[in-house]
Design a binder for this molecule. Structure first.
Ligand code: SF4
Length: 393
């Protein structure tokens, strides 16, 4: 398949069932924290299907499986609900009869589900190595250091409101909760920025520079009043103090590896090849891509646009490939393709393979909870404060 040969990130699907003990050991050595038993890794797809079906039936109402839109079809077919990270966390909270929430997504999503679900519910991430490259670009030590440096530069009257994107670790959400800040999603980022400026003079936005910039521009903040904070070299500019003093928004230098693949040349090519095509992109893309598009918005927005479009509509879409392929399959009456010709899935989402799902579900049937995600109570409390501020908007 072209999808598999084009992307290093998709190798896992090809190699997982084929590994011998030696190569498996090497695979495990490559910074992996999962310890899936070898027989699951080598199990044929049909057997995995059967075992997953049997385990789901045995667990019945005690189980809910959540599937993020960016998951592959082999996982999505088992999901009781599909959605973006926030919608899925809310759905989990609305199913108190489910003792087990198996979250087929990435780590920060499972953390949010644990924060928002009831105390008796256990949240499971089938493969704990499924992180998010963007979320990993900001950690609590770096954010606290940034905060102190900003206060040093701006003084006690700095008026900074911290805003974290949903795609961040629970301790960063808690940082926002403790410091008068808030969480945002790609759908509500403009409303969150408005909320923040009604309370402070400046916003520290992390971890996605691009969502922050695109949202600030929409809010009317010019680029000259934005400054990029590089945690690896924060005060590199000779005029760093001055730039921070005149800034209204401080953008953390983080990005989504999937959405950074899109560029304006691809848009120009799509328009040349398919006159009249509509270009629909995610706000994690660069500013110039968003500006060159016809429409931009969150994953849920992208889905809605296509679902509401008439037959014969043509779309070039800039978001994760599993979602674009699924939309194309579910809407054969429209012409839908991914703007990036070298199609790669989100490599971290891709780590949720059916072998991991079968492993954790069969563990639950046997009374063993594998790969549970538990957020420390103090962190969960403050993260909930930041999430509840967002929910109250
Ligand atoms: S698509 Fe980007 S932001 Fe979303 S989980 Fe993957 S790396 Fe993270």
């Amino acid at each position: 398949m072209a999808l598999q040969s084009a992307c290093a990130s998709s190798k896992e699907e090809r190699i997982l069932p084929l590994l011998n003990p030696t190569s498996r050991a090497r695979h495990n050595h490559a910074n992996r924290i999962d310890t899936i038993p070898q027989y699951y890794a080598e199990m044929p797809g049909e057997e995995l299907d059967q075992r997953i079906a049997i385990a789901r039936a045995a667990l019945a109402e005690r189980l809910v499986i959540l599937g993020h839109h960016y998951q592959r079809d082999e996982i999505i077919k088992y999901a009781d609900f599909r959605g973006d990270s926030f919608k899925l966390a809310q759905l989990a909270a609305a199913r108190p009869q489910a003792d087990y929430i198996v979250f087929c997504g990435v780590h920060f999503m499972a953390e949010s589900a644990d924060i928002l679900s009831a105390p008796h519910q256990k949240v499971i991430l089938p493969n704990p190595a499924a992180g998010c490259s963007m979320a990993d670009m900001a950690n609590i030590a770096e954010v606290e250091e940034c905060w102190e440096m900003l206060i040093d530069t701006l003084g006690d009257d700095a008026g900074i409101i911290p805003v974290t994107y949903m795609n961040s670790a629970a301790n960063l959400k808690a940082f926002c909760g403790r410091n008068g800040g808030i969480v945002c999603t790609s759908s509500n980022a403009p409303a969150v920025i408005k909320w923040a400026f009604s309370r402070g003079k400046r916003v520290l936005f992390f971890p996605d520079e691009h969502l922050g910039r695109n949202t600030a521009l929409k809010f009317g903040i010019p680029e000259q009043q934005m400054v990029v904070w590089d945690p690896k070299d924060p005060m590199a500019s000779d005029n760093a103090d001055e730039e921070i003093e005149r800034s209204r928004i401080i953008l953390w230098k983080g990005y989504c590896t999937t959405h950074m693949r899109f560029n304006v040349q691809q848009i120009a090519k799509a328009r040349a090849e398919y006159p009249g095509i509509k270009v629909l992109v995610h706000p994690e893309c660069r500013r110039e891509v968003v500006e060159a598009a016809d429409l931009y918005g969150s994953t849920e927005y992208i889905i809605q646009q296509i679902e509401r479009a008439p037959a014969g509509s043509q779309w070039a879409v800039a978001t994760e490939i599993n979602l674009v392929h699924r939309l194309a399959k579910e809407h054969p009456e429209q012409f839908i393709f991914c703007l990036d010709p070298v199609v790669c899935p989100c490599s971290t989402m891709y780590r949720i393979h059916p072998a991991y799902l079968a492993w954790v579900l069969e563990g639950l049937v046997e009374g063993q909870v594998i790969n549970q995600v538990i957020v420390d109570e103090e962190i969960a409390h403050w993260a909930r404060v930041a999430l509840e501020r967002m929910l109250a908007l």
